[in-house]
Ligand binder design. Structure first.
Ligand code: ZN
Length: 146
């Protein structure tokens, strides 16, 4: 349940909250990691900030480049963004607003690079030939194909 979300400790959030480039990296890495999740969990993570199986990400092979505080902060912002999308009125601090702007930019960039399946909306690997979720065949991009 989303109300059970654990807000990052006040010790780490303000500190990493001011490193916007660090946050951008953490969000981008979380989205890349999402490609290793089941299609439905991946879409939920991207669009609602849901973490999927709580322990799932911990066992995934990933190449995180920053300290854990950044990913806690990024996951918190993804969750916050999801709450906003379902129109829960929130009072946001300035560093949360800045963070949400970066989440939005990174999500848009990720979705541009990983187009959703036209059949079912699942987000697939960059150069997938078939949808991982419904199996729909993707048309090659451009006749020349690069
Ligand atoms: Zn599909």
């Amino acid at each position: 349940m989303s109300t059970e979300y654990r807000v990052p400790s006040t010790k780490t959030a303000p500190r990493v909250g001011h490193d916007l480039e660090g946050l951008r990296t953490a969000v981008a890495e979380i989205f890349e990691e999402a490609l290793l999740l089941e299609a439905r969990e991946r879409t939920a993570l991207l669009m609602q900030g849901a973490r999927g199986r709580e322990s799932g990400l911990a066992v995934l092979p990933c190449n995180r480049t920053l300290s854990p505080g950044y990913y806690d902060w990024a996951h918190y912002l993804l969750w916050l963004d999801g709450e906003r999308r379902i129109a829960i009125p929130l009072e946001l601090a300035a560093h949360e607003m800045e963070g949400l702007r970066i989440v939005e930019q990174e999500r848009n960039r990720f979705l541009r690079e990983h187009p959703a399946c036209p059949q079912c909306g699942a987000i697939n690997q960059k150069f997938a030939f078939n949808c991982q979720s419904c199996g729909a065949e993707f048309k090659p991009r451009g006749a020349g194909g690069v």
